[in-house]
Ligand binder design. Structure first.
Ligand code: AMP
Ligand code: MN
Ligand code: MN
Length: 324
């Protein structure tokens, strides 16, 4: 299924509900708001949904305040963005049945749950795919739309620093900047601003990090989060920092949620694959960055994941010269 089919169904639809994944990141919110703005510019009725709270840094994006949690008709097309399986949408579409679902995503682990699926793991962000759609649908970029779409590209590439950033992506970034988006402002908002409490919690979890068989890992317990006063511990990007350890091939952070479930955030050096591990445990992601959600308690969630990650750390695809 293709980009052309996605363009076609979007062109034909009139009332469109666009939903993105729970625990939203910049790409989730950016692609959802971006597509809604594009569709509105074509004279259609479009609304964005996310069945979760938005972290403060994403609430500041234009139109983020208009995102509602649960879609209630009438709609003639549903669009899922940046979600690798329908569970990631929470209850956003739970009250709508029998409406075609267009599934647009860049996760290699996507389960193709839509009526129409456009899955492209070569895209650095779902927002990049939405940018291609803007071109295909003949919508001209203005400063606001460019800024919304650049947020997702910057978010998923860690500020244009990941291994998949190509000349193509840099050309697109240039076009978005020419249309009025500010790269420095987005990098600052998405990566350089965090509450002091988050920095302290980050330090505490770093101090506890353990290194075993090429896997560096640490835990954020409910008690640690409660003591810090932080609600969105996944904003820490701690796994992305841990994978910077020279001795590590794989990094994992286990975060205990208030409901007792355990969020696992995983990272791999180029040539290693954590998406397969995440998928085996009901989650998803990309080879270098993936996640899953496990029933608690921590003591039961951690050992099977660590076993799988240690096996993955022995399994090099041979892409990385000079690996430890
Ligand atoms: P994170 O570690 O939260 O930054 O997530 C890394 C990647 O894994 C992102 O592409 C997420 O969309 C994906 N991911 C994280 N948690 C889950 C989950 N529970 N199910 C499916 N994919 C996930
Ligand atoms: Mn995402
Ligand atoms: Mn994404």
């Amino acid at each position: 299924m293709s980009r052309e089919q996605a363009r076609q169904v979007l062109k034909e639809a009139q009332r469109i509900a666009v939903a993105t994944h729970v625990s939203p990141d910049a790409d989730a919110i950016s692609s959802a708001i971006g597509l809604v703005q594009i569709l509105r510019r074509l004279g259609k009725t479009a609304e964005a949904f996310c069945d979760d709270d938005l972290p403060a840094r994403l609430k500041a994006l234009p139109h983020a305040g208009e995102i509602a949690r649960i879609a209630r008709g009438p709609f003639d097309l549903l669009v899922s963005l940046d979600a690798s399986d329908p569970g990631r949408l929470g209850k956003a579409f739970a009250e709508l049945q029998g409406i075609p679902l267009l599934n647009i995503d860049h996760h290699i682990t996507n389960t193709h749950f839509g009526t129409i699926n456009w899955i492209d793991p070569s895209a650095v962000a779902t927002s990049e795919m939405v940018l291609w759609l803007a071109e295909d649908l003949g919508v001209t970029l203005d400063a606001e739309l460019a800024s919304i779409l650049l947020a997702g590209i910057v978010g998923d590439t860690m500020g244009l620093r990941t291994a998949n950033v190509s000349a193509r992506v840099m050309h697109e970034v240039t076009r978005l900047m020419e249309a009025g988006a500010s790269l420095p402002a987005l990098v600052d908002a998405l990566f350089n601003r965090r509450p002091l409490a988050a920095i302290r919690l980050f330090g505490q979890a770093l101090a506890e990090a353990r290194m075993e068989d090429g896997v560096i890992w640490t835990v954020i317990t409910r008690e640690m989060r409660a003591a810090s006063g932080l609600t969105h511990a996944n904003d820490l990007s701690l796994s992305s920092f841990l994978i910077g350890a020279e001795e590590a091939r794989i990094a994992a952070v286990f975060t205990e949620r208030d409901d007792g479930k355990v969020e696992v955030s995983m990272r791999a050096r180029p040539g290693y694959d954590v998406a397969r591990v995440a998928l085996a445990f009901g989650g998803g992601g990309h080879p270098p960055a993936a996640g899953c959600l496990l029933p608690g308690p921590l003591e039961e969630a951690i050992p099977p994941i660590l076993r799988a990650l240690k096996a993955a750390a022995q399994n090099s695809q041979g892409k990385t010269p000079g690996e430890p």
